[in-house]
Design a protein around this ligand. Sequence first.
Ligand code: NAD
Ligand code: ZN
Length: 358
Amino acid sequence: MAQFRNFRMVNYVIFGRGSFDQLDEILAPNRKNGAPMVFFVDYFFEGKPLADRVPLKGNDKLIYIDVTHEPKTSYVDKLAKDLKEEFGTVSGIIGIGGGSVMDLAKAVSLMMTNEGSSADYQGWDLVKKPGVYKVGIPTLSGTGAEVSRTCVLTGPTKKLGMNSDYTPFDQIVLDPELTANAPANQRFYTGMDCYIHCVESLEGTYLNEFSKSYGEKALELCQEVFLEKDTWDEESDDKLMMASYAGGMSIAYSQVGVTHAVSYGLSYLLGTKHGIGNCIVMNHLEEYYPEGTAEFKKMVEKNNIDIPEGICKDLTDEQFDTMINVSLGMKALWENALGADWEKIMTREKLRKLYKRL
Ligand code: NAD
Ligand code: ZN
């Protein structure tokens, strides 16, 4: 058995304010025999100036992506099927948006070449063929989806990514200008995903110097923008975009932990979105991440953010069981957080009590 993870990374990275305007040039050599480039654009940008800057050529297609709900396998399958019916094949898929749109772009790229349903590939290294060329362009910073080897999907039986060497983007465009319009609450929730990635990676048992180097840098950048600066400015957008990148690199070689394991249960049962779900959980994790939780609370206060409370108060025993099952299924996360004996530490009863507090 291999001892060390040998992971694929994104092939090309461009960073800088206004770098989005180089997209046309970047795509040109990747256009194949008249097959179109397909742009998935977060529906927030419909009617906004960014939509007019998308470099459409020939039969290229722009599809606005509704991200009311986090990506589902059924949505991925439908997008891929429609594109195959309309074009046969495409030159590439470009995802412009937050983690949801970027994940959809990765998943649809893979489903343009792999048979069956995306639900068949939720897991580790199940994807058989490379997808079509894919580009990720974040408009929110924090998830690290721009660098990760997964795309998180909710399927008929589970919420799990298509983790594979074929999943990372071929190209990412990191243009901090694109995050400028994000509302303060959303920016915070997604930004905290990065902060939590750092805490979970740095406090985890899987930590090595590779993860630590990226995790420490990302943590420092989060502290600068959410604690030290008094107003949000362009530099904050630049820093948070690099924090997201480094935070993603940090967990690429380690793993997330308690917050993510618990928030996956919320998301599966209640549809709670990833960023806010993580915040709801992190608010109650003094026992596992004492320093991280205290600092998180300072960030919440300083940035005047509302973190919902009491979201589990009316749930039935059966519903708690569902969340516990989903959460305890994330074995690697628990092992990273609590060590090899995690099952003795995080019992069903203990987890139930934690869920009851949220
Ligand atoms: P999101 O993509 O779900 O978007 C949240 C909201 O912000 C949406 O309403 C969207 O329209 C809006 N939005 C996006 N950009 C905006 C902008 N510039 N200005 C104003 N509004 C904007 O949010 P997210 O937190 O970036 O992503 C969450 C998703 O990422 C979840 O589906 C989660 O599972 C996934 N995720 C993936 C990975 C990975 O490694 N692949 C890691 C973490 C999270
Ligand atoms: Zn996360």
